[in-house]
Design a protein around this ligand. Structure first.
Ligand SMILES: [Cu+2]
Length: 760
């Protein structure tokens, strides 16, 4: 090395050595340029939305600092974990040795508190990428940042007028005052709170008001809860950590009319898709997921969770600052950057979604067996956005219903083509064309894989081929072969699927110039094909990038056959057990109604397949009695409508003299004092009714029908239960807040009660 440096200096000074040696020497020096960052990961308290909350800052900032490299550098990133918990950093979209990929318990062991971990890898690509924690839910509370790799100026792909523009990295994110663990828990317990906060409950009263009573009825008949676009409520949306900022100059140079600005945008949101729009006119898309595409002009685009886009905007006039707006897909919140100097020119906000039109569309899509009906359409690449039925700007406002009404709709995919229906040009994947030939090596074998993205909205289980990470084997691939994956989304939500360590070609009709990506967003009922050459050994995660879907187990691990062991995973069994713990986790919920006629309540632990729950009714006297039922059950099948269980019932109730209770079958009830083991089964019927058949150890049989949380109005929920023991109950809840309801109910054992119901 010293000799080379000496040679290099010599050549520079005296210019006597042959040019060949000069080139050789400069290249070596170039490759040896190490760019070091020190990142101090530390707990912090922030007040982003009216309350002091815990967050994680790196080098004192949220988002984490933008890391900038030039292709050919070596990155050396020292991560100092000053947290009280483990952490990790994943370099999203980067080509690197597997042990540098930053997935705890898969490519390395977690970084322990008060230790430093050094990531070191050569930068062998360029483009806009980002980095984030891959540990637990840390990404939600601050651990996201931009990762920019610049092209060398002598790069043959350097584009004048694009790669030399003034550039600003932007990372989009969200903030919630709730603890992410709590959000995750609530998602698994179908808590209404986020929908309430977003005013998207879709109750019967609201359906009637919108003239969609039948739509709502059909939706529940098909066992769906509501039309969900996004299921977490966020108080704030950020661009570079702020809801609103002004971009007046770049690198000290004031922005003026006619200037073009390149925005390198990463979606670092944990679960939000964003619409990107600009008050100053068209948006020119020049790169996606860090890869150059032929410039394409659009009015707007949606950026999926974890995608990156490089776009160019122009400042059209003097003395004006033009709003660049990022709006959440559900259109309940936004963040903006005003680009330029002067009076603010606002972009008109995206109008609210027409949820019941979406519900109607979902009703058409859903078959009675819980599978999506593809209606004979081949949908892919976001070209047919089923959600256009909900976009007033394309299909008319709520009062005019959708423009498409009256059109012949059967099997006409064009009814969902936003670009055919309106003058607004929306980017879709078919419009992305790589600037280079992206075809794969042809002298090798092709491995074909098919996955269906599966899920269960009601229980918040997300999987692939109905298996979560811990239930599936690693997928073995061979070094050198081409891997082709067909993904079909059979679930009711869109999923941004991300592959670590490789870019794939998304087959989008652009032939040899199919775009290179590392995330593909797949809408319900869409099928997409992607392919990549397996060229770096290791265990590579392939997963949905919605944080809460990933943590629920929506992913797979690609592993190379006969690969060398990872030196950072000394105990692979332990690592795997820790990796699998994420989706095996049990989520707790409990509620108790403190009522005038007694206490009614339940507590439950549930995970992907199992449910352990206890219910109780505790009267205030012997006459009303006391009873508890405990069930341990396992959900069966992809829709999880069926749950066989074993249980234990205990009841005590003082009956009157000579009083005997019989059930509908004439069997005598030992209700006065019984302890019984039971076997039973729950089944979810149309209208979301839960049927329960149970046989007790004494031979008694009970059949019961019940339904909780019937959404009568925005804050009003009804419930009822009736069974063959001649018991019945009905009630009405008014929702005050996330954890407090007031309940009015009548119970055949305990009579009329009014109470305060607390839930966790
Ligand atoms: Cu997902």
């Amino acid at each position: 090395m010293k000799i080379i440096k000496w040679l290099f200096q010599k050549t520079l000074c005296k210019k006597v050595l042959p040019v060949v040696i000069l080139l050789f020497a400069t290249q070596i020096i170039y490759a040896q340029k190490t760019v070091r960052y020190d990142l101090y990961v530390k707990d912090t308290i922030v007040n982003f939305a009216g309350k002091e909350k815990r967050a994680i800052a790196v080098n004192g900032q949220i988002p984490m600092p933008t890391l900038t490299f030039t292709e050919g550098d070596t990155a050396e990133i020292h991560v100092h974990n000053l947290l009280k918990e483990e952490t990790s950093l994943h370099w999203h979209g980067l080509f690197l040795p597997n042990k540098e990929d930053g997935v705890p318990n898969l490519t390395q062991m977690p970084i322990k508190p008060n230790t430093t971990h050094i990531y070191r890898f050569p930068i062998i690509q360029n483009g806009t990428h980002w980095y984030h924690s891959h540990s637990g839910l840390q990404e939600q509370i601050g651990m996201y940042g931009n990762f920019v790799m610049l092209k060398k100026t002598n790069d043959p792909t350097f584009r004048k007028g694009i790669d030399d523009l003034p550039t600003v990295p932007i990372v989009l994110s969200e903030w919630t005052n709730l603890k992410p663990d709590n959000i995750h828990r609530m998602l698994h317990n179908a808590n209404d709170y986020p929908a309430l906060k977003k005013n998207s409950v879709q109750s019967y009263a609201e359906a009637m008001k919108a003239g969609h009573f039948k739509t709502k009825l059909k939706n529940e008949w098909k066992r769906m809860n509501a039309m969900d676009v996004s299921d977490v409520y966020y108080e704030k949306i950020f661009m570079n950590g702020k809801p609103s900022t002004n971009l007046k100059n770049i690198d000290g140079k004031e922005l003026k009319a006619g200037d073009k600005v390149r925005l390198r945008i990463s979606n670092g949101g944990a679960s939000s898709y964003f619409w990107l729009t600009y008050a100053g006119g068209k948006i020119t898309v020049v790169a996606n997921d860090g890869n150059d595409v032929e410039p394409v002009e659009v009015d707007r685009l949606i950026i999926a969770v974890s995608e990156t886009y490089d776009i160019i905007v122009t400042i059209p006039a003097e003395n004006t600052a033009y709003e660049f707006l990022a709006t959440t897909e559900d259109r309940t919140n936004s963040a903006s950057i005003y680009i330029g100097n002067g009076i603010k020119q606002l972009k008109s906000p995206q109008p609210r979604l027409k949820y019941f039109e979406g519900m109607k569309m979902m009703n058409d899509m859903m078959k009675m067996n819980g599978e999506l009906n593809d209606m004979g359409m081949q949908m892919s690449l976001n070209q047919m956005d089923m959600n256009v039925v909900m976009y007033p700007e394309i299909t008319g406002d709520a009062t005019t219903k959708t423009k498409m009404q009256g059109m012949k709709m059967d099997n006409d995919p064009n009814r969902y083509n936003a670009n055919a229906l309106a003058d607004i040009v929306t980017l879709n994947y078919a419009m992305l064309k790589s600037t280079i030939n992206t075809t794969l090596p042809t002298n090798t074998t092709v491995k074909e894989l098919k996955f269906e993205l599966t899920g269960n909205m009601n229980r918040y289980v997300w999987s692939m081929n109905n298996k979560v990470v811990s239930e599936a084997d690693k997928i073995l691939i061979k070094k050198g072969e081409n891997v082709r994956i067909v993904l079909y989304n059979g679930s009711m939500m869109r999923h941004p699927m991300h592959l670590h360590g490789h870019d794939f070609r998304l087959l989008n009709g652009q032939g040899d110039n199919a775009p290179l990506k590392n995330i593909v967003d797949i809408m319900p009922m869409e099928a997409d094909t992607l392919e990549f050459n397996a060229n770096v050994e290791g265990d590579w995660f392939f997963h949905c990038h919605i944080l809460y879907h990933m943590m629920s187990g929506m992913g797979r691990v690609f592993s190379y056959e006969n690969q060398a062991p990872n030196p950072l995973i000394p105990n692979s069994k332990l690592a795997q057990r820790k990796l699998f713990a994420d989706d095996r986790k049990f989520h707790f919920m409990a509620e108790n109604d403190f009522a005038t006629n007694g206490n009614d309540g339940m507590a439950m632990f549930q995970n992907t397949r199992w449910s352990i729950g206890s219910e109780w009714r505790l009267g205030y006297n012997d006459r009303h009695g006391y009873e508890t039922e405990t069930h341990i059950g396992r959900y069966i099948g992809r829709n999880q409508w069926l749950m066989p269980f074993i249980g234990f019932d205990w009841r005590y109730r003082k009956l009157g003299h000579n009083e005997v209770e019989k059930n509908l079958f004439g069997q005598i009830n030992t209700k006065d004092n019984r302890a019984q083991v039971t076997l039973g089964v729950n089944y979810t019927l149309p209208m979301l009714l839960i049927a329960q058949a149970e046989i007790f150890q004494d031979g008694n049989f009970r059949f019961q029908i019940m339904r909780e949380d019937i959404p009568i109005a925005k804050r009003l929920r009804a419930m009822f239960m009736v069974n063959t023991d001649k018991e019945y109950m009905f009630g009405l809840d008014y929702i005050f807040s996330k954890n407090i309801r007031t309940r009015f109910h009548y119970d055949s054992d305990m009579g009329l009660g009014i109470g305060l119901s607390l839930n966790y």
